[in-house]
Ligand binder design. Structure first.
Ligand SMILES: *[C@@H]1O[C@H](CO)[C@@H](O)[C@H](O)[C@H]1NC(C)=O
Ligand SMILES: *[C@@H]1O[C@H](CO)[C@@H](O)[C@H](O)[C@H]1NC(C)=O
Ligand SMILES: *[C@@H]1O[C@H](CO)[C@@H](O)[C@H](O)[C@H]1NC(C)=O
Ligand SMILES: *[C@@H]1O[C@H](CO)[C@@H](O)[C@H](O)[C@H]1NC(C)=O
Length: 499
């Protein structure tokens, strides 16, 4: 989920203070570690005991790292559940995760990571209102605060939900360290995943899928690329590599150049609703502003990146092309609904925060963060915004590079989202420069369905390792709105079957 008060796909506020751009050079953080002579003590997750206590594991290759993990009765009584912290960056950053075994075959099924966007939003939002094994109980009838989700994505995959970067959800830093760009966050993700697989060798070598939504469209291509690049160091040093096989992005923001054209089609065209709701006068004004907005962004954000000029371009685009939508009071994540509850527009948000802040829930999960839960951290959002993280790098080229290196990519989108809308995603996927571009664009779109009886649920197209799929009448949080369709999509994706 994207946070409405932050800039995200939508709003943009002026830069505060100076902008510092970090130029990260190769080799990154862990490349210089050497494998010690003593091996990692192999650890099987099921040897952990369900208690209030964490088991603390040390990791020889990451001498300053600690792993605190415990079995938990949280969320899904049908599988083994683990929660805990993996420490990264000299042990000063503590990254909280929830891990759920697959309901089908934990010893054989693939491993998947899910992250929410923001930047700054907790993955527990995706867990408890989208694709997790349980959902937040909105009826007040459940004794434990959640209800079992038969469409959880752990039906067929071992899945972990990670709160990242530090400062998000239950992840925290000891001395106020922050992560302020996606490229920096990627290093912590790589360390986390490496420690995870090396600590729990039963998953070592298992196919890994990185999934997420929204700002995940910026995060995941960079995270996946960091893993692929670091695999080369691991290989050279004779260490195990991470078997990253695919990336799944739902309603993401990846190539910024198509965002506003997409919003126009959602709001004033028939890409989402059969009859547009927006007033004709607003639509004409938007149509007139669109080329100017696009040209300005192309010049100042894309062709060459100039922080001040890019910021000015985005402010113009927001003012001319987003004001009308905000004024409508509609849910920015679902054009068919009004915005309910807090600024995130869903009643579930407050319920999730209240549930996760309960002392009993924190104990159940083993939360050791000194902070209260926040669904979306404005501190993290603001830091990313100060670096113009969303605009400063052409994230789509990470996708091209991943495709060239054999990583499968699924871009899916619910058609009712306005924020990171499906039209913008379709447009950038068609624009994407990669070896299969001609083949992809030469192919026809086709409908896809869950079952023969229920009819089509969206459109799709694939070429080579790239697939695009839309899910009709779903908002930004596709599994929230269309759980059956989402699980069918993921199930086929994991099995490498066409939709
Ligand atoms: C779990 O409990 C058993 C029996 O009490 C003990 O032998 C074992 O060491 C414990 N496992 C861990 C990881 O602490
Ligand atoms: C919580 O209660 C619901 C019934 O209200 C049940 O279906 C679910 O399995 C329970 N969850 C856990 C983790 O025990
Ligand atoms: C957490 O929330 C409680 C209750 O609202 C408040 O008293 C406390 O100060 C908060 N703690 C932090 C660290 O913000
Ligand atoms: C989708 O519908 C078509 C035509 O009705 C049918 O042949 C196909 O089996 C359906 N696909 C699935 C997965 O049920």
């Amino acid at each position: 989920m994207l946070m409405r008060l932050l800039s995200l796909c939508a709003t943009f506020t002026a830069l505060k203070g100076a902008v510092a751009f970090s130029q990260e050079t190769f080799p990154a953080s862990y490349a210089n570690y050497r494998v010690p002579n003593h091996a990692v003590t192999p650890m099987h997750l099921s040897s952990l005991n369900a208690s209030e206590q964490f088991t603390t594991l040390e990791h020889p290759r990451f001498p300053n790292h600690r792993v605190r993990v415990k079995q938990s009765d949280f969320c899904d009584p049908t599988v083994n559940v683990y929660t805990g912290y993996l420490d990264v960056d000299q042990g000063a950053k503590h990254m909280f995760f929830y891990f759920f075994e697959s309901r089908r075959s934990p010893e054989k099924d693939d491993v998947m990571m899910w992250i929410n966007g923001g930047p700054g939003c907790s993955s527990s939002m995706g867990l408890l209102m989208e694709l997790g094994p349980c959902s937040i109980d909105m009826s007040g009838l459940s004794a434990n605060g959640t209800t079992w989700n038969p469409y959880g994505w752990n039906e067929e995959a071992n899945i972990f939900f990670l709160d990242q970067p530090v400062g998000v959800g239950f992840s925290y830093a000891d001395f106020g360290e922050t992560v302020e760009t996606t490229e920096d966050a990627a290093k912590n993700i790589h360390a986390f995943i490496t420690i995870f697989f090396e600590t729990f060798p039963q998953f070592s070598g298992r196919p890994l899928h990185l999934s997420g939504e929204s700002y995940g469209g910026r995060y995941l291509p960079v995270f996946a690329s960091e893993i692929i690049d670091q695999n080369q160091y691991a290989q050279a040093e004779g260490r195990p590599t991470i078997n990253l096989v695919s990336v799944l992005i739902g309603n993401g923001i990846t190539d910024i150049s198509t965002l506003y054209a997409g919003r126009y089609e959602i709001e004033c065209g028939t890409a989402a609703l059969e009859v547009p709701f927006q007033s004709i006068s607003t639509c004409v004004r938007m149509k007139q502003a669109l080329p100017r907005c696009e040209n300005a962004m192309q010049r100042a954000c894309v062709d060459t990146f100039d922080a001040m000029d890019c910021n000015a371009a985005v402010l113009f685009c927001e003012s001319e092309l987003s004001t009308g939508y905000w004024a409508s009071g509609r849910n920015v994540y679902d054009i068919s609904k009004m915005c309910l509850g807090d600024s995130l527009c869903y009643l579930e948000n407050t319920a999730i925060k209240n549930y996760l802040d309960l002392p009993s829930t924190r104990t159940l999960l083993g939360v050791e963060s000194p902070n209260n839960f926040s669904a979306c951290s404005s501190t993290v959002g603001q830091s990313f915004r100060a670096h113009m993280d969303k605009y400063a790098a052409p994230t789509q080229f990470y996708i091209s590079a991943l495709l060239t290196r054999g990583v499968r990519v699924l871009i899916y989108a619910g058609t009712y989202d306005w924020q990171c809308n499906w039209v913008a995603n379709k447009l950038w996927v068609e624009k994407l420069e990669w070896s299969g571009q001609e083949e992809f664009n030469g192919r026809p779109w086709r409908n896809w369905n869950v079952s023969a009886e229920d009819g089509a649920v969206g459109i799709t197209k694939s070429a080579g390792l790239l697939t695009f799929a839309s899910i009709w009448a779903a908002g930004h949080m596709v599994p929230h709105d269309k759980p059956v369709e989402s699980l069918a999509m993921v199930s086929r994706w994991l099995a490498e079957k066409p939709l």
